[in-house]
Design a protein around this ligand. Structure first.
Ligand code: ZN
Length: 176
């Protein structure tokens, strides 16, 4: 479990200089989907900024990797959130992402949100239209699980994502 979960983090940070998480350094793995006390909303994964923990339901993590090409990968999804949150808290020079690249990505992504909400941007699932944070996570799931499809559908947005992450998973043998 540790190996599989860590592999998602290695995958998304492969081209970046960040090797570990500093705020979210506890990962809790649940045997099933879970809910918080007093709530009946069930999760397969979440990043909890209050407890500074990343929580996962193991079956969901496993499914994310077993079905490798459906753009659903909860480990990639939650770690994408961690990277964005930690990046924003770092000093300018210590940031994981190049500020200009990330801003360019955000500007492009912001234009996609209404299209996704209208159902006119089929490469991403509807959930990506929630907000920029969710679109970043959803984009990374698609980027790693269906890079060729993503590139054919939206080459500019694909290339921008590759620039932010400093890797191109279309080159399986040498993504960097
Ligand atoms: Zn999310």
């Amino acid at each position: 479990m540790k190996l599989v979960i860590s592999s998602a983090f290695v995958q998304i940070t492969f081209g970046l200089s960040q090797d570990v998480l500093t705020i979210f350094n506890t990962i809790f793995v649940s045997p099933t989907s879970y809910s918080y006390a007093g709530s009946n909303v069930f999760y397969n994964g979440d990043v909890n900024t209050a407890t500074q923990r990343v929580n996962f339901s193991w079956p969901a993590v496993e499914e994310g990797f077993v079905i490798a090409d459906d753009s659903l990968n909860i480990a990639i999804h939650e770690f994408s959130h961690c990277l964005i949150i930690e990046n924003a808290k770092k000093s300018y020079l210590a940031r994981t992402f190049n500020e200009n690249d990330l801003n360019e990505w955000k500007a492009l992504a912001a234009k996609k949100i209404p299209l996704i909400r209208e159902g006119n941007y089929k490469i991403f699932r509807d959930y990506g239209g929630t907000n920029l944070m969710e679109l970043f996570a959803t984009t990374l799931e698609t980027f790693f699980e269906q890079p060729h499809e993503f590139y054919s559908y939206a080459p500019t947005f694909y290339r921008m994502t590759a620039k932010v992450l400093k890797q191109d998973p279309r080159n399986k043998k040498n993504p960097k």
